[in-house]
Design a protein around this ligand. Structure first.
Ligand code: ARG
Length: 408
């Protein structure tokens, strides 16, 4: 019997295929693979068989798309969480769920180890290992890519051939792509040059804004307590709703992001993302908050959200602080119910209308017509008190200056 039992986070690509065999030999282990479906468009059929041919004894392929959206992406949407004000964190949000499922399977299978195929200089290794540690500190994390002997893709291919590991001869993709239903990250190749504009072939799900239709299109999105519930009048489940917005946004060139990002491991990296649905939903949700959130709640929330986004980016999903901030954020969403109209046009989103049963916009207070109910006279006293400290400062300074003059 094998000494160890390892559950491997398996994508079916070259690295993780080689990993199955390599772990089996180097750790005297029985290998079980786990592939999480987070709504990526990449075909997952045949993965079980492929894993077994690589040496796994058992293989799980689990559809986590709905859980991913409802328990990870939507909470971050309710928060309005964008890393460094730009990135809706599709990859960052997927990792804790994948790691949690890895642990669940390890428990079910009585495995003592888990392994992932992340490199030694990214954020994903941190997200995986911190999550596994937070949920199951007794389980050992293995990251073969940090330690194994292979120095190049070619060496891995040679190893695969020598051990009859099936590697699909895909045409060489110049990019490293990580995809799920909430967004796609595109890295490597020419994109490593921050001066190079991303070539057309880097994008998978959006047309270039300049090639988008000349006619704009309005989408209406309804939210219930900060959760998207309907598009264009049709109530939709989470997965269908996001798929639909990905498709509509993609054809209008919405949601392309090109940024220099500060990784947790201390380096700046150039990241290109596509997240049509995510960007439309963040935009619409924000507009609905503008009309439903009381001013101090809205302002305070924006302070909290930066910390919350950093936690997610840094792999700290399963932590007491993230939980506590989530409770605050969810509380703020009780009245974020209503409808937003968004106009899409060549890569841009514009607000075309918003309404809510909890709208704090009061036309009788806002209007400049005869219907006005605002007490203009009350402003006089308000301004007197509001500006009082500054009058005091000026008077004191004036007095001090005069006193100085008398001294000379
Ligand atoms: N920089 C992004 C993040 O940390 C994208 C990571 C992409 N992951 C990958 N394996 N290519 O969230």
């Amino acid at each position: 019997m094998a000494k160890n039992k390892i559950v491997v986070a398996y994508s079916g690509g070259l690295d993780t295929s080689v990993m199955v065999k390599w772990l089996k030999d180097n750790y005297d282990a029985e290998i079980i693979t786990f592939t999480g479906n987070l709504g990526q468009t990449k075909e997952l059929v045949g993965l079980e068989e492929k894993a077994k041919k690589s040496g796994a004894s058992k293989s799980y392929v689990i559809d986590l798309t709905k859980e991913f959206l409802e328990e990870y992406a939507f909470p971050a949407l309710r928060a309005g969480a964008m890393y460094e004000d730009a990135y809706p964190m599709a990859c960052s949000l997927g990792r804790p769920l994948l790691a949690k499922t890895l642990v669940d399977i390890a428990r079910m299978e009585n495995a003592n180890m888990v392994a992932h195929g992340c490199t030694g200089k990214g954020n994903d290794q941190v997200r995986f290992e911190v999550t596994v540690g937070a949920l199951a500190p007794d389980i050992v994390n293995i990251a073969p890519l940090r330690t194994w002997e292979f120095k190049s893709r070619e060496e891995e291919i040679d190893y695969a051939k020598a051990h009859n590991i099936p590697v699909t001869a895909t045409k060489d993709n110049p990019y490293s792509i990580d995809e799920n239903i909430w967004g796609t990250a595109i890295e490597c190749g020419i994109l490593e040059d921050p001066m190079a504009e991303p070539p057309a072939d880097a994008f998978q799900h959006t047309v270039a804004p300049e090639d988008a239709p000349n006619e704009s299109e309005v989408v209406t999105i309804e939210f219930e307590k900060g959760i998207p519930a309907a598009v264009n009048g049709a109530a939709l489940d989470s997965v269908s709703l996001v798929k639909l917005l990905n498709e509509i946004g993609g054809r209008h060139g919405i949601g392309r992001i090109d940024m220099i990002e500060n990784r947790l491991v201390g380096i700046k990296s150039r990241e290109v993302y596509e997240a049509p649905a995510g960007m439309i939903l963040h935009f619409a949700h924000k507009e609905l908050e503008r009309i439903t959130l009381e001013k101090s709640v809205a302002h305070y929330k924006s302070l909290v959200v930066q910390e919350y986004a950093n936690l997610i980016y840094n792999g700290l999903w399963f932590t007491p602080l993230r939980d506590a901030l989530q409770a605050f954020i969810d509380k703020t969403q009780e009245k974020v119910t209503g409808l937003v109209k968004v106009r899409l046009y060549k890569g841009t989103t514009r607000i075309a209308g918003r309404t809510s049963p909890y709208s704090l916009y009061d036309p009788e207070l806002a209007t400049y017509t005869a219907a006005d109910q605002f007490d203009h006279k009350a402003s006089e006293g308000f301004i007197k008190i509001f500006g009082l400290p500054y009058k005091t400062i000026c008077r004191v300074e004036q007095k001090a200056k005069d006193a100085e003059k008398h001294l000379v």
